[in-house]
Each structure stands twice: as C-alpha cells, then as structure tokens.
Ligand binder design. Sequence first.
Ligand code: SF4
Length: 267
Amino acid sequence: MEPFPRFAASRPMAADLQDLKHKALEIHRRLCAVYGCPIPYFHSYDPLSELVSSLLSHRTKNADSSRAYKALRARYPDWAAVRDADPEEVEATIAGVTWPEQKAPRIQAVLRAVAERHGDLSLDFLGDMPVREARAWLESIPGVGPKTSAAVLAFSSLRKAALPVDSHHHRVAQRTGLIPLSLDVGPSHAVLEAQLPPEWDAQQIYDNHEVLMLHGQRVCFFKNPACERCVLLDLCPTGQGRMQGKPLAPPARAKRSPAPASKDRML
Ligand code: SF4
C-alpha cells in the first residue's frame, strides 16, 4: 500500500496542528468504517456511580472492576454507606481489582470530597455545567485526573462531549504519530481532544475514543501489532517502520509503573 501522501512516514513529527487534525479525522473515519459508528454506550450509570466505577477500573481488567463495582452495590445500600464504611471492609469487597488497599480509601476520600464540596453526595449538577468547568471541578478532587473526569462526563448518563484516553487509545495515538511517544496519558487528553472538530457532539467524541481503544485491543497489540492487516498502515510511521524490518520502539508508557501514589493525578 502506498503511503497516504499527506502523512508520509518521513515527517510524522514535523506535522503541524492542521495536518494532525486532518490525520486524526482520517483515522477516525477509517476506524469507524471498521468498527461501526455510532458505537452503542456500554452502560448508563449516574455520574457518581460512574466516578466510583472509573476509580475501580484503573489498571484493572474490565471483568474484575465490573465484579468489584457490583460487589459494592450489593453490599451497601448507597454511596454514603460506602463512604462511611470500615475501610478494611470496603477493601475486602473490592479485593479483585488491582491495589484494593489504595483504591478503597481513595474511593472513600473522593466520596467525602464530593459531599463536602457540593453539599450533597451527587454529581448530577455537573450536567448543567460546561464540559471544561465540570472537568475542572472533578479534577480539583485529589485522586481524580483527566481520564476519570472525562469518563464520568462521557460514559455516565450525562453523555457529555469529553474524550477519555485509556492505554489502548494512547498507544494507537502514539504509534500513528498523533502524539509524541514521550507524551504521557494525562497530558495526551488535551492534545488529542484539540485535534477533533469542536462542533462534534458527545456521540462522535465517544466514538473516537471507542474506535481507537478497540483498534488497540484488536489490531495494534502492545507486543506484536498486526500492522500487515491494519487499515492505518499508510498513515502510521511505526507500522511502516515495522514493514521495513525496524524493531518496535516501546512507547515511554509501555513500562508498567508501580502502584499509583495516593494523589496520582493521571487517573
Ligand atoms: S500500522 Fe501497526 S503500529 Fe500502526 S496503528 Fe496499525 S497496528 Fe498499530
């Protein structure tokens, strides 16, 4: 396949913002054709429940975090009861996720912060705020970073136009040159969102996240990406390098980091 002329492998990092916007749109268009946009939303939790679900999901398989979320819902009548419970009991309830000993007190602290700052244990009020303001409100809580704030607004019943970036999405964006290999997940949120049309609605932003994530899960694997069958090959400097026999350069974030510090802002 001939390289897509505008984004030849020789100049991925020299591309200016306009080039990157075109490239982001072309990637979106091709991946939507493969995975079928619009992508159905996978659930419809209220925003506070989505916040807890998102905090549970950090570096954890979906099945495990989903089981832990259901265990919390089964054990406690509401989120106030989780907030006020014995931390060790909460930890035991979510034992299937990674770092339950950190996530239990963090979830309780975040629930306390929501109640203290808003005066009520609910995040429904975020629905009346512009996305930027709502994200800033959420991210002012220690332990809530850009990925979590975007997930709360985009995945919950609020259905706001916010772009979460998970590890699969991030890897595909790095390898295709939408972002530098050195750019961490946290700061990549603002960069990738700025490449998308400002008039896009919540479904289109959600689709963008979903198709890049799905591509990372099904084609652009962490260890051995299937470049030979990838619809992005002519756009992708990494894939073209591999076709020429170059080894895969591990992204900076490929290394597994230790358990997050209690005030990890990149969640
Ligand atoms: S060409 Fe290879 S590295 Fe590039 S996005 Fe496709 S699978 Fe990933």
